[in-house]
Design a protein around this ligand. Structure first.
Ligand code: AGP
Length: 615
């Protein structure tokens, strides 16, 4: 996700802003920029695509930008390709002269389209593709009516929907930085006659450990070493500083021990942000992808092509799309698809799923499909990535940058994107009544809160993981959707704990693999599909009778499983099509805690890369 910073003091702002931004690089970004006011009151904005180094060179390490107050930004593109024009800071006019407001933003404005229409009618002209420019111009719109920054921010906050950490320079208020926050993180640090603003602690840890956490719907005004806070009604608020005791490394992980556990905790937000980009006004809207309803009605069959965990998403999507939308779905490993001379017709839709958007096999598969004139839809997490650029249609997951090699939040965001495709395709093709469509949508929107509740079980899972940290083999089994969940649970385990692990369709065990089950073998049964519950339980019992130790992931209410399983995690009630987005969380936690118990480098497992950009 993006990173914002601010500095107000008597030091040279530019190098300090660049230093603060450098401590946010770990969050992932594609462009950066700073805005600094010099002692004559002129605000200069300098932006650059690419690494922070490019920006730093443009301003000669900051020496080319005098002044002791400014804001800065590292951008993780969500609306609009990575480019200098889309980079922040953004200005409220079309040039600096007619821009009383300059700002930076971290977050996602959900109602940006309606606001853009309103502002366009009011005479505003837009130079970028970003939701942020719209937010900055909205502040300007209200500032012209209420020439008081906190009034203008208050009015703006009442109109914005979504998440934002916003920081501004107002031309008429030369000695202040103004800020407003909802949902996206923002902290403010003070030391002597200096004030610092940032998205995250690492940015300012070098300068101060005394920080204020800015609350939701709060406004802040940074003076030189002093900060005033207001609520959305512009009433003053009193806040106390908090002393940060973390070291820099822990601070980058937001206080978590590893990025993987941090990103598991970010899953509810990743799911929510992704769903909010697809579900508008009570319906699913895939039009941002470029797919029209006619395109959807013309689909005769779907081929999902991916690698690793993304392929597991495809395996799960097959069950869900075929059951709800009744469209035949083939799921292919990209490394196989690209050499298999695939047979596709004019109605085939190839869906490429990729977190990085740079996986070589998946990119090659995309090109193979396009060479045959087949329509291609990419589900990717990185705007401007190769797969996103080359596919005919794009649906972006909004999981934010994923740092741990083992994917968690991006996997979950891909899953809910595929669920949305299944439901929307079924509705457009006339297979769902409005009531069923709405019921599916409310089930989808309930997933983030249910995912959050599963995180409360982590201590129990950590205890069980410690018991099994020395296992040599683990087997994950399930039927239907549960089999696809088993695939991902198994990969997570072997990826980060190096324990040999296999996933099997439960009914397939007796065709050979059950010969491997012996005393103390760990077997994890996935039991979210009611109509298949007894079948899989009987497979688990077959293994238990041969000495296996059983863990179960079961749907709420199936308490009889505790007569069979030695350890059970229940998932909250949800439409069974969507159970995978919940069942995977305890499995991710299980793999994570097993790796930690074995003292391994859980974020950077041996032999693995975050993006496999070579064959
Ligand atoms: C996920 O935990 C793995 N690191 C790996 O299987 C990954 O899913 C695969 O390499 C595909 O990557 P992509 O989604 O970036 O294309």
């Amino acid at each position: 996700m993006c990173g914002i910073v601010g500095y107000n003091g008597n030091g040279h702002a530019s190098p300090i802003l660049l230093e603060c931004l450098s401590k946010l690089e770990y969050r992932g970004y594609d462009s950066a920029g700073i805005a600094v006011r010099d002692n004559d009151g002129n605000i200069s904005v300098v932006k650059a695509k690419g690494r922070l180094k490019v920006l730093s060179e443009k301003v000669d390490g900051g020496r080319a930008l005098p002044g002791n107050i400014g804001i800065g930004h590292t951008r993780w593109a969500t609306h609009g390709e990575p480019s200098e024009a889309n980079a922040h800071p953004h200005i409220s006019g079309n040039n600096m002269e007619d821009s009383p407001v300059v700002g930076v933003h971290n977050g996602i404005i959900e109602n940006y389209q309606e606001l853009k229409e309103m502002l366009t009618k009011a005479g505003y002209v837009f130079y970028s593709q970003t939701d942020t420019e719209i937010a900055i111009k909205l502040v300007d719109y209200y500032y012209r009516e209420f020439p008081d920054p906190k009034q203008a921010l208050s009015q703006t906050m009442m109109r914005l929907r979504g998440s934002y950490a916003l920081a501004f320079l107002f031309k008429d208020y030369p000695d202040m930085i103004w800020a407003a926050r909802k949902d996206s993180p923002m902290i403010i640090g003070v030391k002597g006659d200096e004030s610092f603003l940032a998205s995250d602690v690492p940015a300012i840890l070098k300068y101060t450990r005394d920080i204020y956490y800015v609350g939701n719907m709060e406004i802040a005004c940074l003076g030189k070493g002093s900060v005033s806070f207001y609520d959305i009604d512009c009433n003053p608020l009193q806040k106390e500083t908090v002393k940060i005791t973390w070291d820099a490394d822990a601070a980058e992980k937001g206080g978590y021990e590893h990025f993987m556990i941090k990103e598991i905790h970010e899953e509810p937000r990743a799911i929510s942000d992704t769903l909010n980009s697809l579900i508008k006004g009570g319906g699913i809207d895939l039009s941002a992808s470029g797919l029209s309803d006619d395109d959807i009605r013309a689909v005769t069959d779907i081929r999902i092509v991916a690698c690793g965990s993304a392929w597991h998403v495809g395996m799960q999507a097959k069950y869900v799309i075929e059951d709800i939308a009744r469209i035949p779905v083939g799921v292919e490993l990209a490394s196989e698809f690209r050499y298999s001379r695939p047979i596709m017709g004019p109605g085939t839709l190839v869906i490429i799923i990729s977190q990085s958007g740079e996986t070589a096999d998946s990119l090659a598969a995309l090109r193979e499909a396009k060479s045959q004139g087949v329509k291609t839809l990419a589900i990717v997490n990185v705007l401007g990535s190769s797969i996103a650029r080359e596919a005919d249609f794009n649906l972006y997951t909004l999981a934010g940058p994923e740092i741990a090699v083992a994917t968690t939040k991006a996997y979950s965001a891909q899953l809910v994107t595929c669920y949305s495709i299944a439901v929307h395709f079924a509705f457009v093709r006339g297979l769902l009544e409005k009531e069923q469509y709405s019921a599916f949508i409310s089930d989808l929107l309930a997933i983030p809160a249910k995912a959050e509740s599963l995180l409360e079980d982590k201590e129990r899972i950590q205890w069980f993981a410690a018991k099994y940290a020395n296992a040599h083999d683990a087997f994950f089994i399930g039927r239907g959707i549960d089999y696809s969940i088993a695939l991902e649970g198994s990969l997570k385990m072997k990826e980060v704990s190096y324990i040999h692990s296999e996933a099997y369709a439960a009914g397939e065990l007796k065709h050979g693999t059950i010969s491997l089950i012996e005393d103390k073998t760990l077997l994890v049964g996935i039991l979210t599909q009611n109509r298949l519950f007894e079948k899989t339980v009987s497979n688990m019992v077959e293994c238990k009778s041969r000495g296996a130790y059983l863990m179960a992931i079961a749907g709420a209410g199936h308490y009889q499983i505790e007569d069979t399983a030695d350890f059970t995690v229940y998932i909250p009630r949800v439409d069974e099509h969507f159970a995978g987005s919940l069942a995977i969380i305890p499995l991710q936690l299980f793999a994570y805690y097993t790796s930690v118990a074995r003292g391994l480098d859980v974020d950077k497992p041996r032999n693995l890369a975050k993006s496999v950009t070579v064959e």
